[in-house]
Design a protein around this ligand. Sequence first.
Ligand code: ARG
Length: 363
Amino acid sequence: MKSEQLIKDVHAIREAHPENLMVRYFDGEWFSSLGKPEQERLLNIIATGLKNPDSQMGAYAMRPDDYALFAPLFDPMIRDFHSIPPDTKIKQVSDWNFSGIQGDLSAIDQRLADTSMRVRVARNVAAYPLPGAMSRDERLSFEALAVEAFSVLMKDPGFGGQYLSLTPGSPHQMSEREYTSRVQAHQMFKDMSADRYLNAAGISADWPHGRGMYVSEQEDFLVWVGEEDHLRIMAMRRGGDLKALFTRLHGGLEKLEHLLPPFAMSPTYGALNSCPTNLGAGMRASLHLKLPSLTQGDADLKRLKLLAQPLGLVVRGAAGEHSGAGEGGLVDISPNARLGVSEKEILNRLYQGTKTLWAAEIR
Ligand code: ARG
């Protein structure tokens, strides 16, 4: 693509879709100043936002070092999304020591025994390109590396379990039926080839090769292989014991850190992941909570969202981003901060915020 045409396209999208952060911060003069190989790399990074003008981000990193190399584009996008002012230094510090948190993390309220809780982190192995730039061979060799790590994990009585692959002909291949039921149980990711944002970035290429999931014996610790990031590592459980949930995740994450080559990490951006929204702790922690009185007569959840915002929480409907409350006022609640906040702070916000919402619910 010629620079002039690209710059024209960017300007047209900027008019129609000011929310697309890639076009908001794309600087044509800077692009023209880059060498040919850098321009080629950048075109792959921004392809998703050019083909999908309605993108919120509009760019996916293809290699961990893209964030540093293409900082003139990425840094302002990242600051905008994560609400970090231009003159503030970004620093990601990890902290899994939850002892300083006020209150009893193991029990929010006995009435929440049915609440489904999950927390995940995204990680990528530094030695491989990110999923958007992987060849089929690299996807398969990465899956083989992950399977080796899982086979050690499975021998640990605290984990056990199995690896289920989507790779055709894999000795671990799961049936179509098993895949469908794991997706319905929210244990496995959906068919990525149906996602136009991922398609344009090459992240869903070679589907379903190199994709799969590890699940522990108790089905409370899971790892996705080959979705938007090399690994999505997660813990799930029911009830209100947030401490047990986070401790389970941390224990499994530490095991995998020892069993795999080093993850791509930066002192500034933390975990270097495909999507700039997932930088930092790379963590999303959520509760599926029933709030019948707070959601009553609030179909689009406007009131509840306003209530949750100052607590640092985002509210989604039971069926995801743009849905309303589900049966019994079921909503998904999660802290929105990812970058520049530690794991401990994320847990703290989820715990304190949920306590506040719950107190309002039962008042
Ligand atoms: N690439 C899409 C966009 O820019 C999604 C971004 C956030 N979601 C995600 N799964 N990373 O709008």
